[in-house]
Design a protein around this ligand. Structure first.
Ligand SMILES: NC(=O)C[C@H](N)C(=O)O
Length: 261
């Protein structure tokens, strides 16, 4: 390969969400199949034809490079069928995502999951508990504005997620959104009409981008290189969120039926 920069490989799992939606005849945003990857291919920041030639990437692969990083990122996009508004996602989809990552684990340096923002925090949290002895980054992201619109937060979220998935060596399920990389099971969606809609109120941010890219290594989980990856796919659906409030009584707890406190 001579002087060529090192190539890192990422698998992108595209489950749906606003990031790939288009307006229908009624002006409502809906997921549209088979258009997203071509859109990525046509964006110079996300797919560089010169690099594609130099690295002789295959037809279904995209390739990019960010100025601040010496590595080149080649990635493949797997589109799910049907594409979902994330309000319709269930544990069944979390299991499919986890299995897809497990099947391709050895072939890629990291993984990006594109998920709608409404349940993105649930997906990232569920995945973080499904993977044990993770050695590679899994970055969950999405956008508030579709990639087909201009301006949109989609390109930045995808590009930064690709960078963290390929070179960061962070052995965690994380969420990247609006210049922040956060622990997957600590994020919350806190706004519905802001680009910066996720935060991590109960754990510090793992990394940030912008003027400088900073990874806060001391907040990142240590890597356990000796143990093999384990993926738990047997999930109970009898799980709910119960917010504690001052007058919560035993009787109210009792009305929760099959949920275990
Ligand atoms: N911004 C988004 O992705 C919202 C969308 N309704 C979803 O969660 O799929």
């Amino acid at each position: 390969m001579g002087d060529l920069a090192e190539l890192r490989k990422v698998l992108v799992l595209y489950t749906g969400g606003t990031i790939g939606m288009k307006k229908n005849h009624q002006g409502v945003l809906v997921p549209v199949p088979d258009v997203f990857t071509n859109k990525l291919k046509s964006c110079q920041e996300l797919n560089d034809p010169d690099l594609a030639r130099i690295y002789s990437v295959r037809n279904h692969e995209l390739i990019t490079k960010v100025s601040s990083c010496s590595k080149v990122i080649a990635y493949q996009v797997r589109e799910y069928h049907p594409l979902l508004d994330s309000c319709n996602m269930t544990p069944k989809e979390w299991v499919i995502i986890a299995k897809n990552i497990e099947e391709n684990y050895n072939e890629f340096d990291g993984f990006v999951v594109l998920n709608g923002t409404d349940t993105l925090a649930f997906t990232s949290s569920a995945l973080s508990f499904m993977f044990k002895n993770l050695h590679k980054p899994i970055v969950v992201t999405g956008s508030m504005i579709p990639i087909f619109e201009n301006p949109s937060d989609a390109k930045n979220n995808i590009l930064s997620s690709l960078v963290f998935a390929s070179i960061s060596d962070i052995p965690e399920v994380c969420v990247f959104f609006a210049n922040k990389l956060m622990r997957g099971n600590r994020v919350r969606k806190l706004a519905t009409s802001s680009i910066d809609c996720f935060d991590s109120p109960n754990y510090p941010i793992l990394a940030e981008t912008g003027f400088h890219c900073r990874i806060h290594r001391h907040y990142i989980l240590p890597k356990n290189d000796r143990s093999a990856l384990l993926v738990h796919t047997c999930l109970s659906e009898s799980v709910g969120i119960l917010y504690m409030f001052p007058t919560l009584s035993r009787t109210q707890e009792g009305t929760l039926g099959p949920f275990v406190l």
